[in-house]
Design a protein around this ligand. Structure first.
Ligand SMILES: C[S@@+](CC[C@H](N)C(=O)[O-])C[C@H]1O[C@@H](n2cnc3c(N)ncnc32)[C@H](O)[C@@H]1O
Length: 277
């Protein structure tokens, strides 16, 4: 099997514990409007606002990379509050969204109803490790937007995706991977339930092992930097104070934001497209 970040999972919070903590809820709402993914900027951009515009640009990138016909059916695995799914539905795709966190599924349902998109986006509470309720070959496309990092068994999840795609179907991952397994990174990953996040190059290898072909990796690290620079700048002083008192690991998002920026270069943001033959 391809290399993964190994971590003792004994004390790790669950995905749901991580996302329903008050720090996560307030942080994602305040800084990202509950759309829990990076923005996409032109290289060299310094000013990160409006963040929502950059987030829509990232969703456009995902839509373009999928390259599917209008009316195609796609699975959004780890949909959060449904913003990516709604954007893609407004661009003509039919989306089946799933998420493991009940709080997010409730949010997504409310958001979809408010936008009148119930006929275009379905939402279920489900774990992408168990997709046995879905029929073989039933999707034209599947995507993960910053959620595959949480997978406990990435190879198993990829096998599920392979089964659900029709021949010629497209799988797209917009995710992080890491090239250095430092102690601070280990802490950030463990505390945000990302203990099996793949190391650099491992996702491509794993996709091929599962049977996917035409695996293409686009490196978007420079294009997501402006938002992480913002996280680093606004979080630095509070983080340092908490660090002084040994309290920093209680604020996972703050820690992730500042440490990721300080250790920029130990990881990449990649968009990986692959096809089921
Ligand atoms: C960083 S958020 C991204 C949400 C959404 N894709 C977006 O871009 O706004 C990660 C999401 O993945 C969900 N998730 C994590 N593990 C999952 C699993 N095993 N099955 C389904 N959803 C999962 C979390 O509940 C969370 O909503």
């Amino acid at each position: 099997m391809a290399a993964v970040i190994a971590n003792d999972g004994a004390q790790n919070p669950s995905v749901q514990e991580y996302y329903t903590s008050w720090e996560s809820r307030i942080g994602y709402w305040l800084l990202l409007g509950n759309t829990r993914h990076c923005g996409l900027y032109l290289k060299g951009t310094l000013w990160p606002f409006p963040v929502s515009k950059a987030q829509r640009a990232m969703e456009d990138q995902l839509f373009n990379q999928l390259g599917l016909e209008p009316g195609s059916l796609v699975l959004d695995a780890g949909a959060g509050s449904g913003y990516v799914a709604m954007h893609l539905a407004e661009k003509g795709l039919k989306v089946h969204a799933i998420d493991i966190t009940p709080l997010h599924v409730g949010d997504a349902r409310r958001n979809i109803k408010a936008r009148g998109l119930e006929d275009h986006v379905a939402v279920d509470l489900a774990d992408y490790h168990d997709l046995s309720n879905f029929t073989d070959g039933s999707f034209d496309g599947i995507y993960t937007m910053e959620t595959f990092v949480h997978a406990d068994n990435p190879a198993n999840v990829l096998r599920n995706f392979y089964r659900l795609l029709r021949p010629g179907g497209v799988l797209l991952h917009n995710e992080a991977d890491f090239n250095r397994n430092s102690a601070l990174l280990q802490d950030v990953l463990r505390l945000s339930h990302c203990q099996n996040t793949l190391e650099e190059g491992a996702l491509s290898q794993m996709l091929q092992e599962v049977g996917f072909v035409n695996v293409q990796v686009e490196d978007l690290t420079e294009e997501v930097l402006p938002l992480w620079r913002l996280f680093g700048a606004i979080g630095y002083v509070p983080y340092r104070i908490l660090h002084l008192f040994g309290l920093h690991t209680r604020f996972t998002n703050l820690m992730a934001g500042v440490e990721s920026y300080l250790h920029w270069g130990e990881g990449r943001y990649i968009s990986v497209r692959s096809v089921k033959p």
